[in-house]
Design a protein around this ligand. Structure first.
Ligand SMILES: [Zn+2]
Length: 94
């Protein structure tokens, strides 16, 4: 999509901070200010926040995507803290 479906203005590509430190490319209508994300960028974002667990040495393991790890300054050996509740696991840097 290169033109706004509402006002037919030429869309402008911009980077938006989707989550803290996680950026997405969006197309913005300079007239309506509406924003669109194309299918490839949408799939990339969904893939970033959905990971399949796997078995590693008898433990269930999940990879933290590099973009998210970088945003939170998490590297190999970083100490993290788990909070469990309400069917969720929250991983925080200590
Ligand atoms: Zn528009």
């Amino acid at each position: 999509m290169t033109k706004c479906p509402f006002c037919d203005s030429e869309l402008v590509e911009e980077r938006r901070e989707f989550e803290k430190g996680v950026w997405a490319t969006v197309k913005v209508c300079p007239n309506c200010k509406d924003e669109w994300v194309d299918e490839a960028e949408h799939d990339r974002l969904v893939g970033l926040f959905k990971r399949k667990t796997f078995n590693l040495g008898g433990s269930i393991t999940v990879r933290i995507p590099k973009e998210i790890a970088d945003a939170l300054s998490i590297d190999t050996g970083t100490l993290v803290d788990f909070t469990v509740g309400g069917g969720k696991i929250i991983i925080s840097k200590v």
